[in-house]
Ligand binder design. Structure first.
Ligand code: SF4
Length: 316
């Protein structure tokens, strides 16, 4: 299957005064085939949101390549980048702050078309109405303000705004974490329906394993700026191999007990090391119940341990 998005050795490093450098994303590789969903999971500070922002060209890229179906989006600038932005859009975490409260919803959804000069200006209001219907809202609601909608409706508006440019890739950053559980299911079903109808490709960032299990074809687990395990979604829940993945699954309250059991007896303890003073060997070693001397000296590389499943651990 051909890849829509290819990310190779992506790095996002930030200097922090004279204290050193934060390695927020540190050599991340993945691909997403056309029409599929890759989920990235991990604790806060793992680098998953920074990875998403780098792909959107909203975080400075220190190294590596991002390719969107032949377009090197990590390298283009100016007008080339502006035109390419029609092809990748983002839905943000918080539907309460990601919509301008002073704008009517119709203007919010129309704005990307105006900014990027898409279609005839006279057709854009009709397109706004179509988009509202596509996300399950009545067209006449375009004259209301964001505060007149519920959280779930606001996230639908965020989706309509993302769809306005007819993108190929949508990056979701924790799109349902601010919503009630019942509303989460409705929004997730909508996201899946839109993918089926339009052949969209998704990158889905979440800390909630229960959510990614339902929506993703493949899952990458990040820890301290690196991917430590990547596998088809069903496989990662049936047979997690990295001790960190096992601990995340064991700790996930939204997973059924049989999935949590597959996480084994692993429990996450302590905090991750500082992203400024990174350990020489495995970055998980200070919290890993299986760590051996080699783990503290040598950083494990991602290796395939079974079909489609890659893991960075000396013991796998
Ligand atoms: Fe644990 Fe060692 Fe594997 Fe790192 S390499 S996850 S410390 S066993």
């Amino acid at each position: 299957m051909s890849q829509l998005l290819s990310v190779r050795d992506l790095k996002v490093h930030f200097p922090v005064g004279n204290r050193g450098t934060v390695h927020a994303v540190d050599g991340v590789d993945f691909t997403i085939p056309h029409g599929k969903t890759l989920g990235i999971v991990g604790e806060s500070g793992s680098g998953k949101t920074t990875t998403a922002l780098a792909i959107m060209r909203l975080a400075p890229i220190t190294g590596g390549e991002i390719d969107l179906d032949g377009t090197p989006i990590s390298r283009i600038q100016g007008e080339d980048l502006r035109r390419a932005r029609t092809r990748f859009q983002m839905v943000f975490q918080d539907p309460f702050s990601s919509l301008n409260p002073r704008d009517r919803v119709g203007r919010i959804i129309r704005q990307p078309m105006d900014l990027l000069g898409l279609g005839e200006p006279s057709d854009r209001d009709t397109r706004v109405e179509e988009l509202l219907q596509q996300v399950g809202l009545r067209p006449e609601l375009k004259s209301l303000y964001p505060h007149q909608f519920s959280g779930g409706q606001r996230q639908r508006i965020g989706l309509a705004r993302a769809l306005a440019t007819r993108p190929e890739l949508i990056v979701f950053d924790e799109p349902v974490s601010a919503l009630d559980v019942a509303v989460q299911a409705q929004v997730l079903n909508l996201i899946r329906r839109l993918q089926r109808e339009s052949g969209l490709t998704y990158l889905f960032i979440s800390h909630d394993l229960g959510v990614v299990r339902h929506i993703c074809d493949e899952i990458a687990v990040m820890y301290l700026g690196q991917i430590v395990e990547r596998a088809p979604a069903a496989q990662i829940f049936a047979a997690p191999r990295h001790p960190y993945t096992q601990a995340l699954i064991a700790a996930a309250p939204s997973l059924a007990p049989e999935h949590r059991r597959r996480g084994g007896g692993a429990r996450l303890q302590g905090d991750p090391p500082s992203p400024v003073n990174l350990p020489r060997g495995c970055r998980f070693a200070s919290r890993c119940r299986l760590a051996i001397d080699e783990c503290r000296q040598v950083m494990p590389k991602l290796r395939e341990c079974s079909s489609g499943q890659v893991v960075a651990c000396h013991l796998v």
